[in-house]
Design a protein around this ligand. Sequence first.
Ligand SMILES: O=c1[nH]c(=O)c2[nH]c(=O)[nH]c2[nH]1
Length: 293
Amino acid sequence: MAITLGPNQYGKAEVRLVTVRRDGPVHHLKDLTVSTSLRGELAATHLTGDNAGVLATDTQKNTVYAFAKEAPVGEIEDFGLRLARHFVGTQENIKGARIKIDEHGWDRIAVGGEPHDHAFSRSGDERRTTAVSLQGDRAWVVSGIDGLTLLKSTGSEFHGFPRDEYTTLAETDDRILATAVTARWRYEGEDIDWAESHREIRRLMLETFATKHSLSLQQTLYAMGEAVLKAREEVAEVRLSLPNKHHFLVDLSPFGLKNDNEVFYAADRPYGLIEGTILRDDAEDAGPAWDLH
Ligand SMILES: O=c1[nH]c(=O)c2[nH]c(=O)[nH]c2[nH]1
């Protein structure tokens, strides 16, 4: 029996980085969680403990902080590309890098209706994400959104599904549809206005969720991805993970009350989990494996 080393990677996970741009009285905040992961000729450290080719994860973390000082962080996609190219370009045995970045939003606190210069409140659960993969000199950028919670109080039906001996779910032509969007989209190219692209993709997905009359969350999922691919030629593929955050009608009949779709119990778990990929048939190869999380 021969034992060999299989695929491996290493890096620093979840480096918390906050920058304050203070080029005047109005400060600008960036709040990121950065994870680095390097691949390459790393057999020696695994097989013999020879660390001559191991750029320490502590150094990777320090590089994140130093890069944030040496030039403005800018858009997370550009920051990820810079870091990936640095690691692959400066370490002989490192052949690939994957930099994952989550951006946490902050809103300015309104004081007397005016946005404050340097006081902020966290925007909520939603995060903008990117994962930059570099292999040799080829790069892939997959960006996305996490934790975008949506709800529509009508315009959603679910019926026509098979009924077997275990089916109890009632058919409905009017229900609450709620989800927390995890979205990833793969870009083709790098000459992209990342911020504008993110803003427009987000808008397209939200508008589609709101306006598409839904016969299933699956149908809504496809429509959201299709809207993005139709409007944004820089995007080759969209992946969505949509938990069905069930809202069950409360039975008020014991109290002699009728419930006309007004009083719901928001269930926590279990939840349906609807996931899918929508892609162009002429898209370039997807690069290293990527997933939604
Ligand atoms: O939109 C839905 N899709 C399903 O597959 C499903 N299954 C279920 O119980 N409720 C729903 N809703």
